[in-house]
Design a protein around this ligand. Structure first.
Ligand SMILES: Cc1cn([C@H]2C[C@H](O)[C@@H](COP(=O)(O)OP(=O)(O)O[C@H]3O[C@@H](C)C(=O)[C@@H](O)[C@H]3O)O2)c(=O)[nH]c1=O
Length: 183
């Protein structure tokens, strides 16, 4: 039903859900707590939301600070995005490294992003709908980020639509990370 097809950096998982196709269309299960647990993905859903983005919208790089830090599950149900994460875990062998993957309504991939990563994406189409699941509710005073252009990632393109809030975040090298790497 679910298969982990890649672990781009320690703790990050790309999950491929099973697709049931028939004459009517498709059926795809995106989460099952028991089956995910068997795969080593412990995730207690608390909140779910989605966003729709136009072409070249860039959102990120976001996370919630402790004690409201959260694991996040994201996937794209229409359009496509270049999804990007960066490792903020002090002591991690991959601290400061980023990983990216295309998520789309066509490839149906699901990205599990553990606590300690900043997350963002660039919309590659005019109707990119991203679904999010988190295991800690939104805490506005702990919801923050680092600047999208401060960790050496080569975003494709040269003109992006970015919120004022996202433009105002601290740079990666100015950020004093509270996240610790644990095996
Ligand atoms: C994230 C969030 C925002 N909001 C509100 C705050 C604001 O008025 C409006 C839009 O918020 P933002 O500008 O932060 O939305 P956005 O930039 O799309 O934020 C999202 O970006 C991606 C990259 C993520 O990883 C998500 O977790 C989330 O942080 O929605 C909530 O009420 N609940 C939430 O959980």
């Amino acid at each position: 039903m679910f298969e982990i097809i890649e672990e781009p950096l320690p703790g990050l998982k790309i999950v491929k859900p099973r697709q049931f196709c028939d004459d009517r269309g498709e059926f795809i299960k995106t989460f099952h707590s028991g089956l995910w647990k068997k795969l080593g993905l412990s995730f207690a859903l608390e909140e779910e939301f989605f966003s729709v983005s136009k072409l070249n919208v860039l959102r990120g790089m976001h996370f919630q600070l402790p004690p409201h830090a959260h694991n996040k599950v994201v996937y794209c149900v229409s359009g496509s995005v270049l999804d990007v994460v960066v490792d903020l875990r002090t002591g991690s062998p991959t601290f400061g490294k980023s990983a990216s993957i295309e998520l789309s309504g066509d490839n149906r991939l699901i990205f599990f992003i553990p606590i300690g990563f900043a997350h963002g994406f660039l919309s590659l189409s005019d109707d990119s709908c991203m679904i999010y699941k988190t295991d800690m509710v939104y805490a506005p005073e702990h919801d923050t980020g680092i600047r999208w252009d401060s960790f050496g990632f080569n975003w494709p393109g040269d003109s992006f639509e970015i919120s004022d809030r996202d433009q105002g975040f601290a740079k990666m090298n100015e950020f004093d990370s509270p996240f610790l790497f644990t095996r």
